[in-house]
Design a protein around this ligand. Structure first.
Ligand code: GLU
Length: 277
């Protein structure tokens, strides 16, 4: 039955076979158990979080969280295929079955919950601002009113600024790229004055290029990082939440924070409570 349903869904979507695998399972729990394989959407250009290194391997907090959760679901590291995700394609990747889960600085929002389900959170951060190191004119979010700002398509960060400053500001002042790393050369060459997104992402860039950029350090939102899976996969959410709680308790979460976020990791004193719904 499940395999039949899977084939039907595939025919309807005319999409790839990756998320159905051998088992044709409808929950990520069964798929992981049966296939011992998972396709996981990850960012590849965010140091400390999700980064593809020149040797082709992946590193970052999201990568460590993904590996831990996969292992708890019965999938060894060798069974994981990481697939590059951008902010804008995370929901479609899950909906179309191109990935089994997304671990990619992915904020839990009510809008996104209409399309997919979230386990977690495993980290809580806030939207912040990155400027050139010698810029003293930007001190908080209000300063962005007459500044040029870069963000990523499909991200909640530029959306929040567009809602705050209005449509005219959006068309005149906001530049959107596919990812945040693509904003860095624009900031350096003064085509924009700031990049605004999660403090975690911006701290990673500031560390990557010492002396070039400065994190303002006044977060103005609450971003809860969740793990995105197919909508209404309740057993999947439960199993992933159990895995996260185990990661919090056995010291692996602390280790992953310190190993990947360095000095910035000290701000994360304790893991957040997971939201079971
Ligand atoms: N956490 C925010 C989001 O999910 C911004 C970072 C990103 O786009 O990955 O939209």
């Amino acid at each position: 039955m499940r395999f039949g349903a899977c084939l039907l869904a595939l025919a309807a979507l005319a999409t790839s076979l990756t998320a159905c695998g051998k088992s044709g399972a409808s929950s990520i729990v069964d798929k992981a158990k049966d296939d011992k394989k998972l396709v996981i959407g990850i960012k590849v250009d965010q140091p400390g979080l999700g980064l593809k290194k020149p040797d082709g391997t992946y590193a970052g907090l999201d990568v460590d969280v993904a590996r831990y959760v996969a292992k708890e679901l019965g999938v060894p590291e060798s069974g994981i295929t990481f697939k590059e995700a951008q902010s804008a394609n995370r929901e479609p990747f899950i909906q179309q079955g191109q990935v089994d889960m997304v671990v990619a600085t992915y904020s839990i929002t009510d809008d996104r919950k209409k399309k997919i389900s979230f386990a977690g959170p495993y980290l809580i951060t806030g939207q912040d601002i990155l400027v050139r190191a010698d810029d003293a004119t930007i001190t908080d979010v209000e300063s962005l009113k007459d500044k040029k700002v870069c963000g990523a398509q499909g991200s909640s960060s530029p959306k929040r600024l567009a809602e705050k400053f209005g449509a005219e500001w959006e068309s005149k002042n906001l530049t959107q790229q596919q990812g945040y790393a693509a904003c860095l050369p624009l900031l350096e060459s003064k085509q924009v004055d700031a990049i605004s997104t999660d403090a975690t992402i911006l701290a990673g860039f500031a560390t990557q290029f010492p002396g070039k950029f400065k994190l303002i350090g006044k977060p103005f939102s609450t971003e809860k990082y969740g793990i995105g899976i197919k909508k209404d996969d309740k057993s999947g959410r439960d199993a992933i939440n159990n895995a996260l709680e185990k990661m919090f308790k056995d010291g692996s979460w602390r280790k992953a924070i310190d190993a990947n976020l360095g000095e910035f990791g000290k701000f994360f004193t304790s893991p957040p409570p997971v939201e079971r719904y």
